[in-house]
Ligand binder design. Sequence first.
Ligand code: PXP
Length: 246
Amino acid sequence: MLKLGVNIDHVATVREARYHGQNRGEPDPVEAALICEQAGAHGITVHLREDRRHIQDRDVIRLRGVIKTRLNLEMANTPEIVAFALKLKPDIVCVVPERRQELTTEGGLDAAGQKEALKEARKRLNDSGIEVSLFIDPEPQQVEASASVGAQFIELHTGTFAEHFSEAGARDLEIARLVAAARQARHLGLKVNAGHGLNFQNVPALGRVPHLVELNIGHSLVSRAISVGLGEAVREMLRAMETYRG
Ligand code: PXP
């Protein structure tokens, strides 16, 4: 069965928009993670960014203590965050590229260009019992490099697939690249996840990509939660206002 890892970063994005720097506030990403688990999610994903724009250290530490499924920590390969991961011990780390200016993770990791640094981090993380995944574009040299780094997983970047989903030609080309990368990865002994830009419309088309273990999905789930949950929130507020007699 294809597993679902829920990326809860955007829950923290909403909180930080109001409470940044206050070490408190709603919505609580940890509460959101528990709701996701109760609904059947197989894992919780968070990206602890160097600029801490959404998820904060305290969120990740609390998550580690309470979630019952798997904690997937997305992170850049920097000494500070690797040290944090070694202390935290998530079940799995997904190494992503990171540029401060970007709105979200924009391209895959250049695994081929930083094999030695990745190998060293991979080894330290594995020695601590943490599995390692590399978030890469579906390109043969990146899959090859991920295997030579010794990663257990790759996460195929589905951003281009998602972006071109409504153009049949470009979409089919991108699916073909994902299929080839998944086959190559499997052949090299890598397990294959996928994520970025996945939503209710485009996920079914990934049925053509073999060997997928888990999809990591964030934005579309948090968006959908607003559509299906805002009405209930309004009803609750109206009930809270019912006692007004002024
Ligand atoms: N996987 C990785 C490695 C990511 O960086 C992201 C975005 O933070 C996701 C999955 C989830 O992407 P989305 O929010 O578009 O579903």
